[in-house]
Design a protein around this ligand. Structure first.
Ligand code: GMT
Length: 379
């Protein structure tokens, strides 16, 4: 199939999922065309089946808000016509789904009347936050209803979309996935010594440092853990709450053991160094970071929110606590990090879950099958 993929190219789970999906599909012989305003951060691999089309948003003094969604729709239609795309797959409803709808209409109105069905994948805040804003809700609902196929990355997100948007579509749950060959089990990498020179335990947090991630809770948890277990905290990513977290670490006098690594390309290498992953978010529709940790035998300690319980089985493949309960999360980490045996067996159980339920080999065929059904219905 020839598939156009649109996503936010910056640091964020939906862009990561979209890019990894494109890479996996390209490896399976599909022709993939990424259409976005910048090259997706994880699109580093060269592959003859992968094309990238940049959307140029022209600026004009009259435009206080340059109309990206219109430029995107135009590029989607143009690329689809030039390369004969079979369908578009947009990740994150706002505004991508609306642009895809416009592109479909533009092509249908041409003399040759090219069909361009589109699939929308809902990722989380497009529904739970942004989509519920009154200024976006009606158009988001409309573009979801107009989609030729809709998927959600967890049962939680599907149910919430049906309830709060009252859409009539069938929404299929296709879980996020991880490449279990790339994210591997533990090795005693010499790099670990660079971060933990005295054999300390390593905790890790990976996010876009937005308020919903509660990054300062990771500092609070780590502060408690560090008092009981010699350890260090690696923070991967960047975003609005980074300086608050840095300040808190300084105020607590633990900043020498809290390492802010910023945005990283090879997440799998860094995750493989850690023992425990902290994900104390206010809300996660899935929690991709937890899954990437699990595939790397890193035990996740997360909040019992949204779709996270669909990924982490409390007490078996990780631990869950209530939002803000830093005492409980620290307690789980201290117990786990104090027992090498439990740490190892739980790390292996976590990887086992990633392998059996969320591996690319399981999930990518579900997308292929979904596309086939959309194409059949639209032909
Ligand atoms: O809202 C965000 O955190 C951004 C969003 C994204 O586009 O990166 O994340 C959502 O999609 C991820 C990938 O499917 C999920 O793993 C995250 O749980 C989800 N975030 C939220 O629901 C808050």
């Amino acid at each position: 199939m020839k598939i156009g993929i649109t996503c936010y190219p910056t640091y964020g789970g939906s862009g990561v999922v979209a890019t990894e999906l494109g890479l996996e599909l390209a490896q399976r012989g599909h022709e993939i065309h990424f259409i976005s305003y910048a090259q997706p951060i994880r699109l580093t691999e060269l592959n003859p089946n992968i094309h990238y089309h940049e959307v140029d948003v022209s600026r004009y003094p009259l435009f206080d808000y340059p109309p990206y969604d219109l430029a995107l729709a135009t590029r989607m239609a143009e690329v689809s016509e030039l390369y004969g795309l079979d369908l578009l797959h947009v990740h994150y409803a706002i505004p991508h789904s609306v642009s895809a709808l416009l592109a479909r209409q533009m092509l249908a109105a041409r003399p040759r009347g090219q069909k361009l069905p589109f699939v929308t994948t809902l990722h989380g805040t497009d529904i739970t936050l942004v989509g519920l804003d009154r200024s976006y809700l009606p158009i988001t609902r409309f573009s979801i209803e107009e989609s030729n196929g809709v998927t959600a990355i967890s049962q939680y997100l599907r149910d919430r979309t049906l309830k709060e948007f009252d859409v009539k579509n069938n929404i299929q749950v296709i879980y996020n996935f991880v490449n279990c060959d790339m994210y591997g089990g533990k090795q005693n990498s010499p790099e670990r010594l660079e971060y933990a020179p005295n054999g300390e335990r390593i905790l890790v947090h990976l996010s876009n440092f937005r308020p919903v991630k509660r990054v300062t809770d990771t500092i609070e948890i780590f502060d408690r853990v560090r008092k009981k277990v010699p350890s260090r905290l690696l923070l991967i990513g960047d975003g609005p709450d980074r300086s608050r977290a840095e300040w808190l670490a300084v105020q607590k006098g633990i900043h020498n053991d809290v390492l802010f690594l910023g945005k990283q390309d090879n997440i799998h290498d860094k995750l493989a160094l850690a023992d425990v992953l902290l994900l104390p978010s206010e809300l996660e529709s899935f929690g991709l970071a937890a899954l990437e940790g699990m595939a790397s035998e890193v035990v996740p300690i997360a909040t019992r929110v949204g779709g996270v319980p669909e990924v982490i089985d409390h007490g078996k493949s990780g631990f869950l606590a209530e939002v803000g309960d830093v005492e409980a999360m620290a307690g789980y980490a201290i117990n786990l990090l104090s027992s090498q045996e439990q740490l190892q067996s739980m790390g292996k159980a976590a990887r086992q879950v990633a392998q059996t339920r969320f591996c690319t080999s399981k999930i990518i065929p579900q997308y292929e099958e979904f596309y086939r059904r959309v194409l059949e219905r639209s032909s």
